[in-house]
Design a binder for this molecule. Sequence first.
Ligand code: ADE
Length: 235
Amino acid sequence: MSKPRFDVISIFPEYLAPLSLSLLGKAQENGLVDIGVTDLRVFADGAHKSVDDTPYGGGAGMVMSPEPWARAIDSVAEQTDAHHDLVILTPAGKKFDQALAYELSQRDHVIFACGRYEGIDYRITEHYRENPEFAVREISIGDYVLNGGEVAALAILESVIRLIPGVLGNPASLDEESHSIKGENDEQLVEYPSYTKPAEWRGLEVPAVLLSGNHGDIARWRAEQSATRTRKLKE
Ligand code: ADE
């Protein structure tokens, strides 16, 4: 498979600066992924480079105009022959989770459209849904409203890119972390609590089983802890 590519389109490209830090920066330096950031405003017309307008039907706030978005999306799509996944970030989208992170980590080209204000004219979704070269997904990172999709794109990219083979130094850590641990009935469990040295800290001791050296007991204790934590989260 060719190198996966991720593009983010935003009116605030500076917001995406963390993409060149830490693990995501290293993944690019090591040639494992390409990440591009595109300034939507470059594709707007007129002296004011306006990207929004008042909503049809009335109501508060502004809606992002379709034409600059289509130009920007077509421009980043033209840069590769791959099939494109267009992710439109919106609180009205499908809730992002680890399964969706895995899915996106296996795609060739994912384009993130970061809307601001009251969102992007819905015809952008409709227009690209009609185009067989695109799969359009509306994604939300949770039931709360952000000022724009940029923080959502960062969160999604961080969780997706670490799943790409070669990105994590120790891929075994993927097997043991929250949301990839499976319980007896194959349900998703969160991770067990972790401890490091010293064995006693401010009067608190590390659970004795972890110092026992008995791998069977340790594995059983961790599985119980994962199950208990998961149950508590659902209360
Ligand atoms: N844009 C505004 N709020 C959002 C959310 N919760 N998820 C994704 N994009 C958003």
